[in-house]
Design a protein around this ligand. Structure first.
Ligand SMILES: [Zn+2]
Ligand SMILES: [Zn+2]
Length: 76
């Protein structure tokens, strides 16, 4: 199953705090795209971590054009 999704995916920002995870899960999809610009968690003020929205692996740079873990191209 190596079929890639028809839409390009974005880098996601995520807070590692478990208590924040449920807030993030309820984030409206139309607002998720803005979270890529966030630096700190809006719920606990911890610095956010980058991850791939497809495979959920963490990323060390937001300059990546492709996910180093699953090969998906990120929308710029
Ligand atoms: Zn948080
Ligand atoms: Zn990935």
């Amino acid at each position: 199953m190596s079929e890639k999704p028809p839409v390009k995916v974005k880098l996601e920002k995520i807070c590692l705090d478990n208590e924040c995870a449920e807030f993030w899960n309820k984030f409206p999809p139309e607002l998720i795209k803005f979270t890529a610009e966030f630096i700190y968690c809006p719920y606990c003020a911890e610095e956010l971590h980058l991850q791939c929205s497809v495979c959920k692996e963490s990323l060390s740079s937001r300059d990546f054009k492709f996910c180093p873990w699953c090969g998906t191209e990120f929308e710029r």
